[in-house]
Design a protein around this ligand. Structure first.
Ligand SMILES: Cc1cc2nc3c(=O)[nH]c(=O)nc-3n(C[C@H](O)[C@H](O)[C@H](O)COP(=O)(O)O)c2cc1C
Length: 338
């Protein structure tokens, strides 16, 4: 049911997530209502060396427009070289200054650069100079050690000419603990002229509304809540009265037994993910399939038992079929757990 007092629509972003936001998942998220998608982050070092696996992560499709690859790195020359190479294929290039992973921060990349504003700004300036397309950035609220540098950095990057900034409302030190601080995002929104995209802890229409009310951001970026649940974009849009057209899973949902609706939506999304993955990868390599299989079944009764089977399923086709059968059985309310 729509929430009262509609607010103006803003674009919904699928957050970049390593191991999750592969091309088929990004296309699926768009079919589910995401307006903008960003690739998982890829190391500039690998791309610079022409590592085939790194470049494969940055594949796109004409249906994904704008195409926004995200890169990270601690070496300015590598970031610049990669930006230059990408700028002939990308619509926008996104630079990651938000990753808290120790193996990234150890190399003075990701969120670690928030502790060295001069180096970060110099890197962004050089990337903008090397790029034929706009450059955006994703940051956290500083490192959490010492003063919060995020607002100062954002001001400087605005002056350098970045297109927009996505802000995850946590510090590097927090990683994923505590609540995202939407009030600090609001301070950045009020202080900057470029669009600020709010990120952190948006999980449904209600939190999307509250986040927008607090931050007044130009867009919302949704990460963990979309894993295994790409329909979140549609749920937010219909919950906020931004979309009234029938959901693409409406027919399947109508066939569900009472209580099986969630499984029906997941089944639609899983089948569509598998179709898009087959288009993108053919019969070959899909390193993320098992992870998606687990997340698409999470929260459905009997999933943990079924997951044990998934772990020993090696063939992609078998895995797709096992998940399909499980979700269909759940949707139809059968008590048989496959
Ligand atoms: C599994 C996983 C992988 C992630 N990978 C990336 C990444 O590649 N690039 C990035 O900028 N952020 C990455 N993030 C952070 C998310 O983009 C997002 O900022 C964070 O999850 C907070 O948003 P949420 O509360 O909506 O999940 C990742 C997060 C998760 C959970």
């Amino acid at each position: 049911m729509p929430l009262p007092a509609a607010m103006d629509p803003v674009p919904l972003f699928l957050a970049p997530m390593a191991g999750v936001t592969d091309l088929p998942f990004r296309l699926l998220a768009r079919e589910c209502g995401a307006d903008i998608t960003v690739t998982e982050f890829t190391a500039a070092a690998g791309l610079n060396r022409d590592d085939a696996r790194s470049w494969r992560r940055l594949e796109s499709d004409p249906r994904e427009s704008p195409f926004i690859p995200q890169i990270f790195g601690g070496v300015e020359e590598e970031m610049v070289g990669t930006t230059r190479a990408l700028s002939s294929v990308a619509d926008i290039i996104d630079l990651n200054f938000g990753c808290p992973a120790p193996k990234v921060c150890r190399n003075s990349a990701g969120a670690a650069l928030l502790g060295d504003p001069d180096r970060l700004v110099s890197m962004v300036r050089a990337c903008i100079a090397a790029s034929d397309v706009p450059v955006s950035v994703k940051v956290r609220l500083g490192t959490g050690s010492g003063p919060n540098t995020a607002l100062n950095i954002a001001h400087r990057l605005e002056a350098e000419g970045i297109l927009r900034i996505a802000v995850h409302g946590r510090t590097l030190r927090q990683r994923y603990s505590g609540d995202a601080d939407w009030h600090q995002i609001r301070e950045m929104v009020d202080a900057l002229s470029i669009p600020v995209i709010a990120n952190g802890d948006v999980i449904d229409a209600d939190s999307a509304r509250r986040c927008l009310e607090v931050t007044n951001a130009a867009g919302l970026m949704i990460g963990r809540a979309a894993i295994g649940n790409p329909d979140i974009f549609r749920r937010i849009k219909s919950g906020l009265g931004w979309s009234t057209s029938p959901a693409p899973w409406a027919d399947l949902e109508a066939q569900a037994m009472p209580g099986g609706e969630r499984a029906a939506i997941k089944l639609w999304a899983w089948r569509r993910y598998c179709e898009l993955a087959e288009e993108a990868y053919g019969d070959g390599r899909n390193n993320h399939l098992k992870r998606h299989a687990i997340s698409f079944t999470k929260g459905i009764a009997g999933a943990s038992k079924m997951r044990i089977r998934l772990h020993s399923t090696l063939e992609a086709k078998d895995l797709m079929h096992t998940v399909d059968e499980f979700l269909e059985t759940s949707m139809l309310g059968s008590s048989i757990i496959v």
